[in-house]
Each structure stands twice: as C-alpha cells, then as structure tokens.
Design a protein around this ligand. Sequence first.
Ligand code: ACM
Ligand code: ZN
Length: 637
Amino acid sequence: MARNIIKLIVVLILFTNCDGLVIAQDSNDTISIIPIPASMEIRDGYFTLDSDTCIIANNSLQCYKELLRQYCRAELKDTKDTTKSNKIVFELDESLKHLGQEGYILDINTNAITINAYDHKGIFYGIQSLRQLLPTDVFSSSASENIPLKIPCAIITDKPQLQWRGLMIDCSRTFWSTEFLKRYIDLLALHKMNTLHLHLTDDQGWRLEIKSHPELTEKCATFAKKYNEPPERQGFYSQTEMKELIKYAAMRNVTIIPEIEMPGHSSEVFVAYPQLSCSGQRSEIFPFFKGPNITDQIFCAGNDATFEFLEDVLSEVADLFPSEFIHIGGDEAPKTAWKSCAKCQGIIKELDLKNEHELQSYFIKRIEKFLNSKGKRLIGWDEILEGGLAENATVMSWRGINGGIAAATSGHDAVMSPTSHCYFDYSYNSISTEKAYSYQPIPAQLTSAQQKHILGLQANFWSHIDRTEVAFDRQIFPRLCALAEVGWSPKETRNWQNFSQRLKPHLKRLEYLGVNYHHEISKGTVIGMWHPADMSETYKTLELDITEYLKQSGKYHVTFQYSQGLHRLGIKSVALLIDGKEISRDNHRGETGASHKDNIYKFEIDKQHNDVKYSIKAEIRSEGGCDSTGNIYLIHE
Ligand code: ACM
Ligand code: ZN
C-alpha cells in the first residue's frame, strides 16, 4: 500500500510539476528518463528480462531488435508466437497518428513489454525510454552478464514538443573523425535529439569530398606544414564515409544537415580557386588564432564562375544528403571586398540594389533558387535576413532570438540557437546547465500561428577553442541533456529541481558510456584557489581555514576544479584538521584538468563545535608544467 502511495505521488509529481522526483527501484537505481516523458505512470511490479525473453516485431522493425539486444546485452530470441508471455513487442499502429511520427506508447507489465507507435521513429524512441528504465550498469561496457534485468512496470505516452532538436558540430576548425561523430549520433539518440548539423566548410578547412572539384580536399583540407597542426585535427570525409555516417544516423532517427558556408567564411576555397574571390588573391589555410578571426576574403558576387562552382558543389551535396534542408551559412560575411570590387559594384548597379546587404540577399536568393530546383530547402544563419530574406528560406537565429522572431512574423520557419543559451563552446560560467535548462525556445510575443514557424532548437559547438575529444565532451555534457529536455518535454513537466535529481543517475550512465562530462558545482562554497605562482611540480601542502563554512555536522567533500591552463593539477591527499590536529585523511590520487579523475575528497564530522578551528590540508602539485588555475570547493552532502 505504502508503495502504491509513493507511485501515485510519482504520477502526481510528473503531472503537477512538483520538484524532487527520485524514485528508488528495488535495486539502487532511480527512475530517471531524460528527456522526461509527456506522461508516465509507474505501476506495481517488474518485468524480468531473462534468457527466455523473446522479441516480436515485423520485418521493417528488425534493425531495432538488434539495437535493443545491444542495449540490453541479452540474446532476446525471435518469436512469432503472440500468445507467449515474457516477450517484448514492437508494433506499428495507425490509430496512433495523433502522437506524430516520433511519439510512442511504452507499456511495461509483468508479462510483456509493448512499444506501439504510428511510425518506426516512435518505436525507436520507445526503445530509448525503455533503455533508461534498465538498471544503470547495463550502460557499462564491462558489465558482461546483465540478465536477469528488472524493469519497473509503467505506462508511458510520449511525443516531442518540437520537431527540430539539434546539435551543430564545427568540423572545419577541428576535424572530427567519423567514429567520434558516430559516438555523438548515439548520444543524440539517447537524448531523443534528431538533428546533427555539420559545419563542413570554413576558413580553417574544407571537409567534404566533392568529386567535380577534387582540389577542395587535396588543397583546402590541411594547414600549411609550418603550423605543425596534429594530423588528426585535419582531413576530410570521403563521400563513401559520409554515406555510411548518414545511414548510421538515419537508423537512429538523426538527420545530418550539411553546411556549406558562403559568401563569407570561405577563404579556404581560395587556396585552390583564388579567381572566385573578389581580390583574386590565393589564400592560405591558417589555424584559428593564427590569423584574423574573420577574413575580408569573400566569394565574388559579381562573377558567374562563383555560382557555377557553388552549384557544382551543391548538386553533389544535394545528391549525397537526404535531408530536406541544406545550410548555406551566410553569417558574418565581411562586405569590405565587395565595396571595392568592380564586378560586385557592377551587379549592384545593374540590379539597382541599395547596398552590399542587398547584394548578399541577391547571392542567397540565387542559391536558394538552385537548391529549390534540387528539391531542397535553404536554411542559413540570421544574417540572411539582411537585405531581404529569400522567398522560402528558414532562419537559424543565433544573435539572440530576434532573427527567429522576424522570420516567424514574416511567415518563415526558424530554428532557435541563441548564443545566450545554446552556444556550448562558451564556458559554464556564462551558460550553466541550469541556464540551458531555463531556455524557452518559443518567443511569447508570437501569435500561436507564428509560433508554429519555430521548428525547434539547436545547440552549437564551434571548435576553435576546445579541440580535443575530452574537452568537447565536457563542453557538451550535461548541457545537452538539459536542452534535449527543453526540446522534447512539455513545459508543464519541466522543472529544474526535478531534472537535477534525474540527472544524477543519468550522469552515471554517461560515465559508463565514456562521456567526460563537466562536473558542475551547484551548492559548493569556494574555499580557495590555486595559481601558477603558488605551484610546483613536486607535492606542496596547501592549508585552508574552513571554520566559517563548517556550521553543521555531517558528510562533506572537497573537490578541485581546474578552470584554465595547459597542465593538470594532481592531488595526493586531503586531511581534515581540528585546531591543527589531523582528524581524518582521504588518501587517494586524483587529478583535474581538461578531464577530472577521482578529484573528490571526503570527510565527516559527527558534531560541529563553534569554538574550534577547522582546516583542511591538501597535498597538490602541477603535472607537466605550472600554468593552471582553479578553484577548491567545499560541499556539504
Ligand atoms: C555564428 O556563430 N557565427 C553563426
Ligand atoms: Zn566581387
């Protein structure tokens, strides 16, 4: 009975937006689905997945059977015997059209698990929710024998709020391997995100094979030798590799949107084709920070050869990518060269354009016509509004939300990715996970008809600063978990306290998946710092007075969080002292740098006294070079 009451409370919490949802299963797991479903009712009992559990699905859903086997690491025999109990059933159901293509019903009772959906995409998302109801250690690659797995009985009816739930990865400033991108496709799928926007071309390199213009990858995908860039940060995707990636993504309901930048951020092209720029000068590909952040080099808008080149490229891109949209960039196009180019000025005159903004608009409109003729829709950064938006264009709003509002009010679609909440290359100091979670992608000032033009949201990751896979993970997670919930879950079910409780076990899943997520200090107090000047490469003792922060008994931990520098901090031990006398010591090696390892040091005080001095003594050193800085936090658990 008591348990039923608890379960009822769970349902109420989900529907009434109370906070603090943490439901312990019989094991030590917590029911935590991110993004939180639109409706979920936890019921009595468990389904036990064991060596006899069978799976039933029609032919079109075969690939999902295989995925579930991989997720559970269980055999799950095929059967067609619908009378059998102990089964998992995937079923397409025409009557669920109201849930849309991505919606599903997941019904778990003691005898069977059923996922019903109108479309195979819904079946896939039902599997993702089921996956998050499995015991957490199923996510661990070292857990060899999982079964039997206990799965709590529940009924979930779910569908997304927004159709575009994306992540942009800048593959130009840093080339990311297809293996790495596949890992991110899996992580997007786990969070029910469905769009991977690849920024494939920019000043720092052209990353996609174009068969009609092999020079683009022969000459424009690597830096000059003098820059000594690591080889793994440069390169390109062959069309064969990209096809395989697209297929891998499609099976996980992720659409890859290619971005080919124009008319600015294109100087890499002029390494091979200088005649396509206004100046005609051959450029060189330089790593970010080793040249101007934005160059004046730009495609000449008055040269037909520019459009012939871009149409050749876009024809291949349109054939390769099945996505409805092709992104053409359009941001931060410097107009200086156009101002002094006779050909560009000639077009302005001939077409009676007012200025270079209208010239940019002419450029984008011409490209849009071509893309539309190929059956594709054009999307671009919000600068494409300047000088007049192309007839059918969709706007990706990044300089705040006004671009999205302007698009929607004029009947155009928009995707929201403002720097204020969605730029995950920014530090956690400027966009905390809580801030990302607070994002409301639908501007309140829009009418309900205009709101329908907001297709969704997107996180962006520009790869000019954090260029290693470890640093990439840290920038993305856990903020992506937060934004995924904003994009998927109804506003009424979203609540930060509730989310942060569910995030705890979810982070354990991410840890098992090898994600080097950022450890956020939520309620910690900064009790000290370390600076390059105080450090050495041999261990030094740092003593910090914490008397003023220790106002109650209980469990505490001290953690070290690197904020900048090339080399990490190594920690050997942390001791608690009362009036200078050591009371306890946590003796283990930890480190903090671009990634953290075991950097939490625990102690406990049974009774707090007001008339003593509490301090901690830490043994720390710089590892490899004394250049890092960071904070030391005290957290009452
Ligand atoms: C952008 O961040 N330049 C779109
Ligand atoms: Zn020109």
